[in-house]
Design a protein around this ligand. Structure first.
Ligand code: HEC
Length: 165
């Protein structure tokens, strides 16, 4: 192989590598960009950019996203609430928006074991309308409160166990 050919070969490989990197990072940027734009276009008008909503009209989602996403009934509610289930977003885009919201708009830290929403999960639950949004929400909240109460009492009994005899 001539020296000139070898140089051209290296140059071509470098260009191919640079293109591959650029494509990968563009895809990565698009993955983060799309749900943010979908939220801005479909949700932010009511929920505001930071998810705080509007007192008396649109509830803040900042404190509820994580606790609701941690139990099945709460996940179903998050998908079935009319603003989510009736949006024009695809199942996949809806799952991405929910995951983006959990990661960006939650005051409650996202636990390491958070299970991301999937398009299959959205597809299944968005088709089952909520007959009474407020009542469903209240029953989910009772489940969450019950779980944190039982966690608190088991912590209390553990600390009693540890008390010196
Ligand atoms: C027209 C205003 C409006 C739009 C647009 C809207 N929402 Fe909502 N959202 C509400 C209201 C009002 C509620 C309270 C429950 C109800 O009455 O439906 C709510 C409730 C919610 C809740 C549950 C909050 C809670 O504490 O129970 C979530 C999560 C949510 N919306 C997400 C979204 C997402 C995601 C989008 C965009 C895909 C969206 N919403 C679009 C008005 C809106």
């Amino acid at each position: 192989m001539s020296a000139a050919r070898a140089v051209r070969g290296v140059a071509a490989a470098t260009i191919a590598w640079t293109l591959a990197l650029a494509t990968a990072s563009a895809a990565h940027a698009a993955a983060a960009y799309r749900p943010r734009i979908d939220y801005q276009l479909n949700c932010q008008g009511c929920h505001l950019a930071d998810g705080t909503g509007e007192a008396g009209r649109v509830p803040s989602i900042r404190g509820m996203l994580v606790p609701f996403a941690q139990i099945p009934a709460g996940r179903h509610y998050l998908i079935q609430v009319p603003g989510v289930s009736e949006s024009s977003l695809s199942d996949r885009a809806t799952a991405a928006v929910l995951n983006w919201m959990v990661n960006r708009l939650s005051d409650v830290p996202v636990p390491k074991d958070f299970v991301p929403f999937t398009s299959a999960e959205v597809a299944r639950w968005r088709r089952i309308p909520l007959t009474n949004v407020a009542a469903t929400r209240a029953s989910v909240q009772r489940l969450i409160d019950g779980q944190s109460r039982s966690r608190a009492s088991s912590t209390a009994s553990r600390s009693t166990d540890r008390s010196p005899m």
